[in-house]
Design a protein around this ligand. Sequence first.
Ligand code: FAD
Length: 461
Amino acid sequence: STESLTTLAAELATADDLELLQGAADLQRYSKDAYDYSPILQPQLESCRADLVVRPLTVAGVERLAAACGRHGVPLTLRGSGTGNYGQSVPLEGGVVMLSGALREVEHLDPSTGVVMVQPGCLMRDLDQHLRAHGRQLRLLPSTWRSASIGGFLAGGSGGIGSIRWGFLRDPGHLLGAELITVEREPRRLQLDATEAEALNHAYGTNGILTRLQLATAPAVNWHQISIDVETWGAAVALLQRCTRSAVELHLATLLERSVLQCLPAWSGPESDRHRLLLLVAPDGVSTLARLAAASGAVLHDLGPEDLGGGQGLRDLSWNHTTLHKRSEDAGWTYLQMLLPEPELPAMEQLKQRWGDALLWHLEGVRQQGAARLAALPLVRWSSTEQLDALMRDCREVGAVLFNPHVITVEDGGLGVVDGDQVAAKHRYDPEGLLNPGKLRGWLESISSPGCPGSPHLSRG
Ligand code: FAD
């Protein structure tokens, strides 16, 4: 209620480790993320507003904030850099938005294992830079890695640059532990091991406030940039697969259909009427890629070692940055995300036949449960909800597994299945359901019907 919010704001204003932002511009700015990539989410979310924005300067400040929200029953939505595409950090029920940006310390890097302990608000660019100074690097990065926070990636992202080698964030082995703060009248600060922390991985900040992450890293590599232009789509897909299944170390393997190239910025490379592969490869793999390209009659451009400073590298054309570039040219485009069925080519050809130029292919080589697979983030010309639904139906019909970017719950953006451990964690760490309300469908089902997965009656406690 307005009364609890006024009391809460007055109480928090007395703490010197909490910054309060209450101006209309701040409330609007921090209530939005990159959901405008979805013409379906846009109208659903644009009127959502925080009543108060709070930036804790210390972990004790986070505890103070969690206690105040717990006492007054005020919703609390966590925010890193607000670059999520599904409204993950949008406060559906108003209340407080917490900014994690001041909690950005890299606390410890174990030189023998490369395991890093970091606060959630640390920008991934800063974390990667810190790691590189010690001979390590992040395993997985979204293409927004320059602006995204590590906590936001862990809680709201899934994979990206590096997924060709390291799979996805929820695969066991990336998140090795976490510290969290519960939301209740007297919040607890808990140290979770890898098994316990798993329930907070990709949970949109619905079941605990992360204040420290323990993550595995990889040895640093000075990645080399290669682009390869290929005449036909079939040959391009075959070459992509030959590259991803060869014994070279890759960090990125993107394939763009020829008409996608036209929307890329001028710095992206020479104009071409061919399909283009974009690869980040370890220096000792360059000659092998050249050999594979020559064998398929393709034109290879060696762009030299990556410059991580400039924001104009091949990684800045990959993953959802491809969508970004297309939308900067024409905002009437949106996208889908899917794992393609095997064999990929007939499925893609079938969809292309039905949807023509309203569907432009963008593929990413990934490791899915240990196997080399192709993910697709096709660009889709927006016309209506019915058309998008029909396209998704067609994709499922040819055997693709969709990860729908036009929905707001954790489950519906994934495989549609409730993760009982995520819901059980919410019952333990956020018993009043104040964290990011409306985003964990399993929680809503568990409180309306106690026999559901994760409900306290069924959970492991
Ligand atoms: P936010 O959007 O601020 O938050 C994400 C989620 O994390 C929210 O639910 C929030 O509540 C939760 N959260 C934040 N802090 C905490 C905390 N301390 N404790 C618990 N929960 C918390 N994503 C990918 O996975 N791969 C990509 O390649 C990729 N490319 C993108 C490209 C573009 C152009 C855009 C616009 C987005 C892309 N994304 C991608 C989505 C997004 O940028 C990333 O997932 C990014 O890592 C999110 O980080 P963030 O700091 O912006 O998080």
